[in-house]
Ligand binder design. Structure first.
Ligand code: NAD
Length: 453
């Protein structure tokens, strides 16, 4: 077999057949060995967390090294493993029935440029814990670091006594190779983490598919909030990895009565405000307008803009430099007041530029938050001490993740309870994916036996 690196193959066919062979081998190993493999993956991710963070930022030109490092440690420590797929049992007069969670076989997983390492590592732990092999289709912009990770993870699996090539990919990622992977008969399940196009593609593939798509999370602040805490949380969440995460705060909606005070605290905690012409100038730099047929006639978001890739995931300092403003690196975020129709509010910018919209009261804030989330049902954040207000937004917006009184990343287990994932599946409904979502359920019924009740 023409293997280029551990798990890296020149063609989709070879990548799939190697993963198929490895997955058959994995199924023959006992449970204890599978747990040893998962432990080895965690250890190697922890050991290489810094290297992968450095390489990802260098190759993609997006994000912050220290935040990616943090994410990698989070993956190692808080991604659920084999414990996630414990069997269920029913015991009674007619015997014993168990429901066991078994693998699909080989999964085709598509990963984003914005979060190349954490997605590959998090998916690998969950998919292998569930007994699968996986063929990754990585973003061409992050191919080197993705391949380095795949090679490293495979070596850790082999050292732990598992099969080689449980995780594979192709040497030259491309849209054509992704299409081949999606249609390949050896692929039993698809998981896409990315924008709307790829999510739509996997959902119309005819195969079992998980789609984890785009978001545009609003953060709402009402007049009862602890404003200093809200400001610190907003800066921390919105500037984390330069706003690349799909869950990161993308627009502030604040009740007018407390808006000045909130903004004062935001500016005291690592943000810089731009105004008037500077906002218009930035708009011209980071967005270009296009008339999109798909959105013509749509009243909510009639115009679509293309976000200039050159600025996605860049430091606030670098973006400000283009406007002729010099700040030190302690400035992590740019804020600006806009109206609610502004494209900074409507579009998923994925850079540390956060618009602030004033509204007259919490009812208006909730209505607007629902509108600008565009029905993605992804993530929303609210700062409030009023339980009724929190409940009203949670019900109205009905997102997969709803964070109260903390930064958005509390929703994926960083500073909030619960496990972590980097594949948040709103469109297909799995939510925060983990090993249990990469399984088929099998029911085994023993009639009139083994029940001692
Ligand atoms: P992207 O959609 O451009 O690419 C994602 C992946 O899909 C890449 O591997 C890309 O090569 C592939 N792809 C895209 N279009 C394709 C097509 N037409 N045919 C075949 N393959 C295709 O997104 P990106 O810039 O890499 O990532 C950012 C997007 O991902 C944002 O919208 C963000 O919100 C979303 N995201 C979602 C989650 C989640 O868990 N829901 C996590 C991370 C990122």
């Amino acid at each position: 077999m023409q293997e280029v690196g551990s798990g890296i193959f020149p063609t989709v066919d070879l990548a799939v057949s190697a993963a198929e062979e490895a997955q058959k081998h994995l199924r023959q190993l006992n449970w204890e060995k599978r747990e040893t493999i998962i432990r080895a993956l965690r250890q190697t991710i922890r050991k290489n967390a810094q290297v992968f963070a450095d390489e990802a930022v260098k190759e993609t030109g997006m994000g912050r090294v220290e935040d990616k490092h943090f994410k990698h440690l989070l993956v190692a420590d808080k991604t659920p493993g084999t414990e996630d797929i414990a069997p269920r049992a029913f015991s009674g007069d007619r015997g014993l029935t168990i429901i066991e969670m078994g693998p699909y076989g080989v999964i085709g997983a598509v990963t984003p440029a914005t979060n190349p390492c954490a997605t590959v590592m998090n998916n690998s732990i969950g998919m292998i814990a569930a007994g699968n092999g996986v063929v990754f289709s990585v973003h061409p912009r992050a191919k080197k670091v993705s391949m380095h990770i795949i090679d490293t993870l495979n070596k850790a699996i082999v050292e732990a006594g598992g099969p080689n090539n449980l995780i594979t990919t192709v040497l030259e990622p491309s849209l054509e190779n992704t299409d081949q992977l999606l249609a390949h008969p050896g692929i039993n399940m698809l998981v896409a983490t990315g924008g709307p196009e790829i999510v739509k593609k996997v959902m119309s593939s005819g195969k079992k598919a998980i789609g984890a798509g785009a978001g545009n999370p609003p953060v709402v602040v009402d007049e009862t909030a602890n404003l200093e805490h809200a400001a610190k949380s907003i800066v921390a969440g919105a500037s984390f990895d330069n706003n690349l995460p799909c869950i990161a705060e993308k627009e502030i909606i604040v009740v007018d009565y407390v808006a000045d005070q909130l903004k004062k605290y935001i500016l005291q905690n690592g943000a810089f405000e731009i105004k008037g012409n500077q906002v218009d100038q930035l708009k011209r730099i980071i967005l270009s307008e296009k008339q999109d047929e798909k959105h013509a006639g749509c009243t909510v978001n009639p115009k679509k803009y293309t976000v200039n890739k050159e600025y996605i995931g860049k430091d606030a300092k670098e973006i400000l430099k283009v406007l002729g403003i010099d700040v030190d690196r302690s400035i992590r975020l740019i804020v600006c007041e806009t109206d609610s129709d502004h494209p900074f509010v409507q579009e998923e910018l994925m850079m540390p530029v956060l618009p602030l919209v004033r509204v007259k009261d919490v009812a208006e804030a909730i209505d607007l938050a629902v509108k600008v989330e565009h029905g993605n049902r992804h993530t929303a954040i609210m700062h409030s001490k009023n339980v009724d207000n929190l409940t009203s937004l949670a019900r109205a917006i009905d997102t997969t993740i709803f964070v109260k009184n903390g930064p958005s990343y509390a929703g994926i287990g960083a500073g909030g309870e619960g496990y972590t994932t980097f594949t948040i599946a709103g469109p297909t409904g799995e939510g925060l994916t983990s090993a249990k979502d990469f399984c088929r359920s099998r029911k085994c019924v023993l009639v009139d036996g083994f029940s001692i009740v």
